[in-house]
Design a protein around this ligand. Structure first.
Ligand code: HEM
Ligand SMILES: [Ca+2]
Length: 209
């Protein structure tokens, strides 16, 4: 099948599960692919919503995530196309959604730059060497701000807001391993598995009483 076929019409998109294979060398694509629930290469808002729910976000946060992420990133991943009111995000072009005022951990090709990742913790993790407190995270975000880059400020704010809200530990710390897992997507997958297991255990318990 020709992947261009689905480019021109969203309605007749075949939505074949597993049609899209993320590029191993592109962690940014894998990060976003977690939310492509039917794995067809396009993330629609309802998929973003389901992805958020799958990692334990409530209805409100998931709705917010779907709205800001899909409105924010749809158009830039569809170069030359008329804006779509369904706000699809096309994963093969996900690097085009990169913005300013970020950490530079993902480079222009969506690769994970280890040194920039290590810099986050070298520069801001003072209270604990392998985690950021809420205020250290804020400090990092402020330092990353580029002049008049309003879109980047807002995008980075949301990215770190979602990260902190969903992945801080019981002491309110953003652990280094977790942050790496967010960049690589494994944090999403692990959380989803964890919640599935919890639900199954609960269901089994109920079956016995
Ligand atoms: C719970 C959900 C999510 C969390 C916690 C999250 C978190 C993050 C974080 C922490 C960054 C790095 C920001 C930085 O370098 O300063 C990032 C970057 C990015 N995320 Fe997500 N994200 C989520 C969902 C999504 C979704 C659904 C998509 C698209 C389908 C997406 C696309 C991107 C893109 C394109 C970047 C690159 C931004 C850049 O480097 O300029 N993310 N995200
Ligand atoms: Ca999809």
């Amino acid at each position: 099948s020709n992947s261009m076929d689905s480019t021109y019409s969203i309605i007749s998109d075949k939505q074949e599960k597993g049609k899209f294979k993320p590029d191993r060398g592109n962690p940014l694509q894998r990060h976003s692919f977690f939310f492509d629930r039917n794995q067809d290469g396009t993330v629609y808002p309802w998929e973003t919503y389901q992805g958020f729910r799958a990692i334990g976000a409530g209805v409100l946060l998931s709705t917010l995530g779907a709205i800001v992420i899909n409105i924010g990133f749809s158009h830039s991943t569809r170069p030359g196309k008329f804006p779509s009111l369904l706000f699809p995000i096309e994963l093969r072009n996900i690097v085009l959604a990169k913005h300013g005022s970020d950490t530079d951990v993902y480079d222009k090709k969506g690769r994970f730059i280890k040194n920039n990742f290590e810099d986050i913790f070298r520069n801001y993790a003072r209270t604990n060497s392998d985690a950021l407190t809420k205020s250290e995270l804020r400090e990092m975000r402020r330092a990353n701000k580029e002049h008049k880059d309003y879109f980047g400020w807002v995008a980075a704010w949301f990215e770190w807001f979602f990260s902190y809200h969903l992945f801080k530990d019981e002491r309110g710390l953003m652990k280094k391993d977790t942050v790496r897992g967010i960049f690589y997507e494994t944090a999403f997958e692990e959380r989803e598995e964890e919640l599935k297991e919890k639900r199954n255990a609960l269901a089994e318990k109920k079956a016995y009483v």
